[in-house]
Design a protein around this ligand. Structure first.
Ligand code: TYD
Ligand code: MG
Length: 435
């Protein structure tokens, strides 16, 4: 086929070789030699294999749910250049009392050595190996008997049992399945690095998510220093955890006190800028939201976002037009959240709306004010989770007033030094600031 019937693009089809499995199909109620395991009563299962292996760094430990589970396979995904190899090499170098095999198909061992020198840690138990052939890697795994295996990256591996080229879906799937088998039979934990593109669309890591136990994603903008380690899936822990890192001169540093890292130090806040209080995992973060509303001069009005969902912006603009009586059909609207992470917490809605209205009217909001609330379709401002933690964080950063939903069951005259302002709807907010 020349054109893809799904996305409409031309000449994007490529051949995939599918190996025919020689094994017999499943026999029901008949004997099957591959049936080596049998049902076991739950109280008879021994848990000794699930003593977690400690990993260096408290961010990674927390994100992994308290350490590495033996035999677990962790996919570590992220855009190229974000710092995946750096974080994994740091882990390999800091791992004590365990042999680590770091397999790289991307860089030569000399290049990795240079990186290790930059990070500034030495470890005699860390073995580097430049190879892309899966069978050779397995040979060395059985020879070296490492305690942890790191594969950098799945896109460079190939199995000689398949004819298709590396980084085709069948190779990626096959190599991962083989690595999962190795992990499960030898109980060695395996980290697999996988690249994803900006839109996260590449088939590679996405098709692997169901095959592995844990999926970690490294996010951030290469132009900023901060990196967010998210858990997309964890069979052995919570997906609510995040880790925050800073890319420094000598590798990635953990960020201990993240609440204020995304705020700029304004002397006087310009119109279109305000601060929202969000939750990322268990952390409360203060995020600067910026909006620019300008007349459209050419063609269709633009709606461009960075770090914020585009469709959510369209929804908020519709609510603002309807409830505040402003016209945005002939305006370009740009929204930007600082830090370069994608923020999905709906509690930023109120800050985004205030920034848009501020830019529209060229009126700025005082820098001691912050916001935390979700905006619904009727313009109502809805409560957010863990309000006490957000208040504490905002207070710590020196904010004096915080706008929240009037549906919160909290005493406004509570002990906190921050003044809580309850608002019911975007109309009320609009009249309070810009009316
Ligand atoms: P890298 O780990 O190679 O990214 P990935 O494996 O995800 O493609 O990180 C590359 C970037 O990190 C590169 O632009 C240089 C930067 N970097 C530092 O700033 N400090 C350091 O100590 C190291 C090792 C890298
Ligand atoms: Mg790399």
């Amino acid at each position: 086929m020349g054109q893809c019937p799904s996305c409409g693009q031309w000449n994007i089809f490529s051949e995939e070789v599918v190996r025919k499995d020689k094994k017999e199909g499943i026999k029901i109620f008949g004997r099957n030699e591959s049936m080596l395991t049998r049902p076991v009563a739950v109280q008879d299962i021994k848990e000794e294999n699930f003593v977690r292996i400690p990993v260096p760094g408290k961010e990674l430990t927390r994100v992994l749910g308290g350490g590495l589970v033996p035999g677990s396979v962790t996919l570590f995904a992220g855009e190229p250049g974000i710092g995946k190899s750096t974080l994994m090499l740091q882990l390999a170098l800091r791992m004590k009392n365990l042999k680590v095999l770091y397999v790289s198909g991307e860089e030569s061992v000399e290049q990795i050595k240079m990186r290790a020198r930059r990070i500034g840690i030495t470890n005699e138990q860390c073995f580097l190996y430049n190879e892309t052939n899966l069978q050779s890697i397995f040979h060395h795994i059985s020879e070296l008997q490492p305690g942890i295996i790191i594969i950098d990256s799945i896109q460079t591996l190939y199995s000689s049992e398949l004819e298709s080229a590396p980084s085709t879906i069948s190779q990626i799937r096959e190599c991962t399945a083989a690595l999962v088998r190795v992990a499960k039979t030898t109980h060695i934990p395996v980290f697999i690095i996988g690249h994803i593109t900006k839109d996260g669309s590449i088939a590679g890591p996405k098709v692997l998510e169901h095959m592995v136990d844990t999926v970690l994603q490294f996010e951030g903008d290469r132009n900023y220093f901060y990196r967010l380690l998210r858990v997309l899936k964890n069979r052995f822990g919570s997906t609510q955890e995040i880790g925050l890192y800073e890319m420094a001169e000598h590798g990635l540093k953990e960020v201990d006190n993240p609440s204020g890292i995304l705020l700029s130090q304004w002397e006087e806040i310009p119109p279109g800028v305000c601060v929202g209080v969000t939750m990322e995992g268990q952390h409360s973060l203060l995020v600067e939201t910026q909006a620019l509303v300008n007349d459209t001069h050419y063609g269709n009005p633009q709606r461009v976002t960075k770090g914020y969902d585009n469709r959510k912006l369209a929804l908020l603009l519709a609510v603002l037009e309807k409830k505040c009586g402003i016209t945005l059909a002939d305006k370009d609207v740009f929204v930007n959240l600082t830090g370069g992470f994608m923020m999905e917490d709906t509690s930023l809605d109120l800050a985004v709306c205030t920034s848009i209205l501020g830019s529209y009217h060229s009126i700025s909001v005082h820098r001691h004010i912050c916001f935390s609330g979700e905006v619904g379709l009727t313009g109502e401002i809805r409560p957010v989770s863990r309000l006490e933690q957000r208040i504490a964080e905002a207070e710590k950063m020196g904010f004096k007033e915080m706008y929240i939903s009037s549906y919160h069951n909290i005493d406004v005259k509570s002990k906190s030094r921050i003044e809580l302002k309850k608002v019911q709807s975007v109309e009320k907010l609009y009249h309070a600031f810009f009316g």
